[in-house]
Design a protein around this ligand. Structure first.
Ligand SMILES: C[C@@]1(CC(=O)O)C2=NC(=C\c3[nH]c(c(CCC(=O)O)c3CC(=O)O)Cc3[nH]c(c(CC(=O)O)c3CCC(=O)O)/C=C3\N/C(=C\2)[C@@H](CCC(=O)O)[C@]3(C)CC(=O)O)/[C@H]1CCC(=O)O
Ligand SMILES: NC(=O)c1ccc[n+]([C@@H]2O[C@H](COP(=O)([O-])OP(=O)(O)OC[C@H]3O[C@@H](n4cnc5c(N)ncnc54)[C@H](O)[C@@H]3O)[C@@H](O)[C@H]2O)c1
Length: 212
């Protein structure tokens, strides 16, 4: 498996099926800001209330060949083996990225277990060997990934820009960040001392120079 983070902003993605598993996949796609269409004759209550809020489009029908044409990515989450196989075949023919929820052999990509903290994304997968284990590892890692990381990444985006104006070369910036952004900073973030961590880095940027 080769890890990539797909950029889905507003890209047309389709989910075939509207059960509990489809719900999990739809939530993931919406978290990535995809434009989601669901094709299914019926959907769960939870999904229906999301549909009523306008979170995705719903084509209320059973899948037929041709239904996923034009989509960038497709997820097939029905309980019908024959439909899963046909959706995968259409995706292959049309060159659409496909995930069939319980059939790695029909997939172009598999879903990992996901932790999001703002723009921080941490994922866990087992090459399909044990999804339950991917889930448990995700739950374990969640304990260490503090909510403070999300606002601090926003702060870091600003500090990074400042460093670019002060520290001239890529090589020096690389060296700078590797020595400045250490475990003490991460500890401050975990303790909620975001301002203190920011000041420490800003001081290091302003004192950067041949003499330092
Ligand atoms: C990570 C996660 C993401 C997500 O779904 O978004 C995910 N499965 C999750 C949970 C989960 N899935 C299953 C159980 C029951 C226990 C068990 O069987 O282990 C549990 C645990 C639970 O729900 O407690 C059943 C299951 N899943 C697959 C098969 C088929 C097979 O193995 O042949 C079967 C057997 C069906 C059957 O027996 O009928 C296949 C896949 N499931 C994957 C992803 C892909 C590989 C990921 C990897 O590399 O590990 C892959 C290959 C394809 C795909 O779906 O992309 C999500 C955790 C999210 C979270 O909580 O964070
Ligand atoms: N990968 C995973 O993580 C995982 C975990 C558990 C189960 N599964 C498998 O995923 C499948 C779906 O599970 P579920 O619990 O969501 O099932 P479900 O029965 O709740 O939902 C199935 C959905 O598929 C839709 N559907 C059925 N035929 C269709 C068709 N011809 N066209 C469009 N939609 C159609 C139904 O309307 C329903 O919304 C099952 O086969 C299950 O074995 C996968």
């Amino acid at each position: 498996m080769y890890p990539v983070n797909l950029i889905l902003d507003e890209k047309a993605c389709v989910v075939v099926g509207g059960g509990e598993v489809a719900y999990r996949k739809i939530e993931g796609l919406l978290s990535a800001a995809a434009a989601v269409t669901v094709i299914a004759p019926d959907i769960t209550e939870k999904l229906f209330s999301m549909y009523e809020k306008g979170l995705f489009a719903w084509v209320k029908k059973s899948y037929e060949d041709g239904d996923i044409k034009g989509f960038f990515l497709a997820v097939c989450a029905t309980d019908d083996e024959e439909i899963n196989r046909r959706v995968a075949a259409e995706a292959k023919k049309e060159g659409i990225l496909i995930n069939v929820v319980d059939r790695l052999s029909l997939c172009d990509f598999a879903m990992p277990a996901v932790i999001r903290r703002g723009d921080l994304l941490v994922t866990s997968s087992t090459n399909g060997k044990s999804p339950a284990m991917a889930r448990e590892i995700r739950r374990e890692l969640e304990k260490f990934l503090d909510a403070g990381y999300a606002p601090f990444i926003e702060i870091m985006a600003g500090l990074r820009k400042e460093a670019m104006t002060v520290i001239p070369t890529f090589r020096e910036r690389e060296e700078f960040w590797r020595s400045t952004l250490d475990e003490n900073i991460l500890k401050m973030v975990r303790e909620g001392k975001l301002g203190e961590a920011e000041d420490k880095i800003r001081n290091a940027i302003s004192s950067f120079g041949p003499q330092s």
